[in-house]
Write a protein that binds this ligand. Structure first.
Ligand SMILES: Nc1ncnc2c1ncn2[C@@H]1O[C@H](COP(=O)(O)OP(=O)(O)OP(=O)(O)O)[C@@H](O)[C@H]1O
Ligand SMILES: [Mg+2]
Length: 382
């Protein structure tokens, strides 16, 4: 088995990308950004890396001024990439010519805070603008039908012929949402799309986003502070002082949580600690035939099997001890006793493992011990 097929590099477990073989809709590599010139030049983005797959909904949060809009406008081709590489739908923005960028821009949809509606046009005509920029046009009747349908989907079926001055802030925002989606973009970039909306309208908008992602594979990045819409996120990315401080794949975080709470060894550990553990876990991939733990080696890692089957063998003679699979854990004995590994553990099939360093594991065990103590003394006091 080629050793290269095993990856022991440390990737945070909550970022594990089980679709890493698929193409990316957006790929941000080492992107930095500066505003101003000379003495006034100020760095606002530092070494950002992000991959968004088709059909994925990424919610980006972070305090004001952390660089969310800047990153979104770079992805949206509305700003020039200064440093680093940025691929959108497979095209390198950092080297693309202006005509290439124009062609690419038609495949993107935008919903920005300043919704930029044309005041002399009706809601329907504003939405039509997005279709008029497309290279492939349909009949006027067909285009109007699509615009009408999109306005109905955002709850504005009775406002299609109103001009912006006759619409509330939230209604204008929804016209902008319809305009951002009507041409069926491959990527939708939205900056606070629900900020001006009440609960019901906000829900309509994110449901529409979800349909586009599921049915058309639209990759969607939503910058928001609105925690009412967090449930639609496949990923939650947090920006802090110009960098992505956290990037959590929601399904992966819940899978880890579920697996950890199924581990008998963590019985009695609080949910809070469990969440912290999930955050500290990394992921390793091993190909079939790899020896993950060697008997006699010192132990510094706890392992939990995400996918695959493993075999435990013991010296002398590499005697077969057990086969373990998803949800099973190993490596805890050496961490608890301080003794060397007491068995070999081999990947029988290709495996994906969650790992935890000795210190984090020990902290969880200490908490469990103190909880155990507390339960005993409470029972005793009663
Ligand atoms: N056109 C500009 N010229 C100079 N500095 C800018 C410009 N736009 C943004 N900045 C600065 O860049 C930093 C990042 O701004 P950005 O708008 O990306 O933040 P944000 O995370 O979107 O914030 P908010 O949540 O308030 O919208 C801030 O310090 C901001 O002051
Ligand atoms: Mg912003």
């Amino acid at each position: 088995m080629p050793a290269a097929a095993s990856s022991t590099e440390s990737v945070p477990a909550t970022q594990f990308d089980s679709q890493s073989g698929r193409s990316a809709a957006i790929e941000v590599c080492g992107v930095q950004h500066f505003y101003g010139q000379g003495d006034a030049r100020k760095q606002v983005l530092y070494d950002n890396n992000l991959i968004v797959r088709p059909g994925e909904i990424v919610i980006m949060t972070g305090q004001s001024g952390s660089g969310k809009t800047t990153l979104l406008t770079l992805i949206g081709t509305l700003r020039r990439v200064q440093e680093g590489e940025l691929f959108v739908l497979g095209h390198p923005l950092h080297t693309a010519s202006p005509p290439e960028i124009n062609r690419l821009r038609r495949r993107l949809g935008f919903v920005f805070q300043a919704h930029n509606l044309f005041s002399s046009l009706t809601a329907l005509q504003n939405v039509r603008m997005a279709l008029e920029l497309q290279p492939q046009r349909s009949s006027r009747a067909e285009e109007n039908r699509r615009c009408q349908q999109m306005l109905e989907a955002v709850g504005l079926g009775d406002r299609v012929h109103y001009k912006p001055r006759g619409l509330s802030g939230g209604q204008k925002q929804r016209v902008a949402v319809a305009r951002g989606l009507v041409h069926q973009p491959d990527i939708l970039l939205a900056d606070e799309p629900t900020a001006a909306l009440d609960e019901a309208s906000g829900r309509k908008v994110v449901t529409l986003f979800q349909e586009q992602a599921r049915q058309r594979g639209t990759a969607i990045v939503i910058v928001t502070h609105d925690n009412r819409i967090l449930d639609v996120a496949d990923r939650i990315v947090k920006m802090d002082f110009g960098t992505i401080a956290r990037d959590t794949r929601v399904s992966e975080a819940s899978k880890i949580g579920e697996m950890l709470s199924g581990c008998s060894i963590f019985d009695g550990v609080t949910i809070r600690t469990m969440t912290q553990l999930a955050d500290r876990m990394s992921v390793q991939q091993h190909s079939a035939g790899t020896r993950v733990i060697r008997q006699g080696d010192p132990g510094d890692t706890f392992y939990l099997i995400r996918d695959g089957q493993m075999e435990v063998r013991r010296e002398p003679g590499e005697q077969w001890v057990a086969e373990i699979g998803p949800g099973d854990f190993f490596g805890e004995t050496a961490l608890l006793t301080g003794e060397p590994r007491n068995a070999h553990v081999d990947a029988k099939t290709d495996c994906v493992l969650y790992t935890l360093d000795a210190k984090s594991f020990q902290e969880a065990m200490n908490e469990r011990a103190s909880l155990d103590q507390e339960v005993r003394s409470t029972l005793f006091a009663d």
